[in-house]
Design a protein around this ligand. Structure first.
Ligand code: PAF
Length: 291
């Protein structure tokens, strides 16, 4: 396994792989790897000959009051996990490789990023699409693997690939969950012990909503109430949003749900570390609301 820190070096490696007719799959990550990431690596193996993982905690997708400093960084464990998973290349660029001094170029998928519930984090998706473009330019992969856990990010990245004509296919990997249904996330390690116990209400709320939809409930107001009720059972939970959106446009749907609807939630819990920065958990579920 090679560890590459320089963009130019990665581009040359990509050219060599391409000349040999080998397909490259890239799994972009911010490190603190868990089984969810490793499931994306496994998925990548079904598509490509050479498996690449990027590890870069991207400063531009964190707001000024968010957890950039306290975001978990577990370099040695990440390298060991990649090695064990059969990863061929880790791209771990230094900050100046992706953001040269005074960088001023942004990639912004305007409407989707604004419509998306997560667009309430000002500049978040612009930071994601900018860094993902840079990673694509550096790795020149044939396939890029993203988790469905961040469905909004996945939708926005797919649009960016289409709009900018990146010559690659975006492949989506299913969310991996803990026993109580909590979606695996690097941020879970920041939860306090009590927060971790209570965080099970996040998947429980989505489950309850889906259960009601299956029984015929189509009122957004009623389903919102169902989700709120579940989450409020956890005194440590603080709701940032519970939104019902069109999975294609990410805009909020009207009160009577129909067709495919994405329910997305962002719920914060107190951290176990002394940073004071809350741990923001996101999750979603695609609801089939056809009659
Ligand atoms: O999903 C993530 O971990 C990040 O948003 C990504 C795609 C690696 C960009 O920094």
């Amino acid at each position: 396994m090679r560890i590459v820190r320089i963009t130019k070096e990665l581009q040359e490696l990509s050219d060599q792989e391409r000349e040999l007719g080998r397909k490259i799959a890239l799994v972009p990550t911010m490190g603190a790897l868990h089984s969810g990431h490793l499931s994306l690596v496994e998925l990548g193996k079904q598509y490509a000959d050479s498996l690449w993982v990027s590890i870069f905690v991207n400063p531009t997708q964190f707001g000024p009051t968010e957890d950039f400093d306290s975001y978990p960084r577990t370099w040695e464990a990440d390298v060991a996990a990649c090695e064990a998973a059969g990863v061929d290349v880790i791209f771990a660029p230094t900050r100046d490789q992706l953001y040269p001094d005074s960088a001023q170029t942004w990639v912004d998928v305007a409407d989707l990023s604004q419509n998306a519930p997560g667009g309430s984090r000002v500049g978040h998706f612009r930071g994601v699409t900018t860094v993902v473009s840079k990673l694509f330019i550096a790795a020149k992969p044939h396939f890029a693997i993203f988790g469905e856990k961040d469905f909004q990010q996945l939708t926005i990245v797919k649009r960016m690939v289409l709009d900018l004509g990146f010559d690659l296919e975006v492949v989506a990997g299913a969310t991996v969950r803990e026993e109580d249904g909590l979606a695996l996330s690097s941020r879970n390690s920041r939860l306090s012990v009590d927060s971790r116990i209570q965080a099970g209400v996040v998947p429980a709320a989505l489950e309850a909503v889906e259960g009601k939809v299956l029984k015929g409930e189509r009122s957004k107001v009623n389903l919102l109430e169902t989700a709120r009720h579940e989450i409020e059972a956890a005194p440590l939970a603080s709701i940032e949003y519970i939104k019902f959106c069109d999975p294609g446009t990410l805009s909020e749907v009207s009160n009577k749900l129909s067709g495919q609807v994405l329910v997305s939630v962002a719920i914060s819990f107190p951290a176990g570390d002394p940073s004071g920065e809350p741990v923001r958990l996101i999750d979603n579920r695609l609801l089939n609301c056809t009659e």
